[in-house]
Design a protein around this ligand. Sequence first.
Ligand code: KG4
Ligand code: ZN
Length: 338
Amino acid sequence: MPTVLALETSCDETAVAVVRDRHLLSNVVSSQIQVHQQYGGVVPEVASRQHLEAMNWAIAQTLTDSGLGWAGIDGVAATCAPGLVGALLVGLTAAKTLAMLHHKPFLGVHHLEGHIYASYLSEPELEPPFLCLLVSGGHTSLIYVKGCGQYETLGETRDDAAGEAFDKVARLMGLGYPGGPVIDRLAKDGNPMAFVLPDGKISLPEGGYHPYDSSFSGLKTAMLRLTQSLQESSEPLPVADLAASFQDTVARSLTKRAIACAKDYGLGAIAVGGGVAANSGLRFRLQEAAERENLRVLFPPLKFCTDNAAMIACAAADHLKHGHTSPLTLGVQSRLPL
Ligand code: KG4
Ligand code: ZN
């Protein structure tokens, strides 16, 4: 049962964790959200500097919380891709340095593989195969999980990610950043049937629609037009109805694709990951549809859904168990398919 210390710095959270096999020993997440809020989104250069400032403290705190010294750590891991290059470099370089200094194996982990492993952390008995619906600020993917390092991406977004759509729509409605939690909160008082919005079907050249791919740019444009035309009238903007209609459209679109995919591939469980997994509309629609179809849905606790290092450590521990390690020459990449 390998014990791994991992660092995650792909975006705006400086995260460090120690995990033994599929069990969390300690978890530190230092969020930069308040720093970036004043700019209305993540500023890459600011993110790198913030990671540098928080990193040493976060590592020391995580080790103390775990009750372990370096003798108890079997490997050091970090997210190597995809993400902001400067931000990734801080975590990867720190992990390599620690691995060298303490004579431990080093492992670079794909960020999306980490999100998949978040489900094992909350459900250690879970075994592949299962379907992972990964919905974050950067990704909207349906991934067939077959085993350690064995993944097939069956569906993706063709443009904006689901979380990105929440953030952009919140911005155009003047609601601030990050948009997901604000829209979720407002939607609770709104009518999801108030406005009919497009669900972003992807046409196929041979006719019909792609069953698992999605698109959110048309929905975003529809929200922009609707908001503008409503603003022209003297009435106050019906923000709650707009938020509820938008959220329900995203939730139904994701649910439809995930359920179709799980059924077509004969997969009995759908594990959800990424920040949008927190969305109450998605939780409601997906649970409801899964019950109808006799499928199991797993929503890990939010601390494992949003970016964290525990999921990276968990993935690295499994790779270490399989005898996999990474060379110290491994670099970072802003984009990398799973
Ligand atoms: O997984 P995450 O923390 O970071 C990325 O890897 O992107 O996801 C962040 C995204 C943001 O776009 C944020 O607006 C969205 O997750 N989000 C939500 C909710 N909470 C966070 N979207 C919808 N509803 C929420 N409750
Ligand atoms: Zn993420």
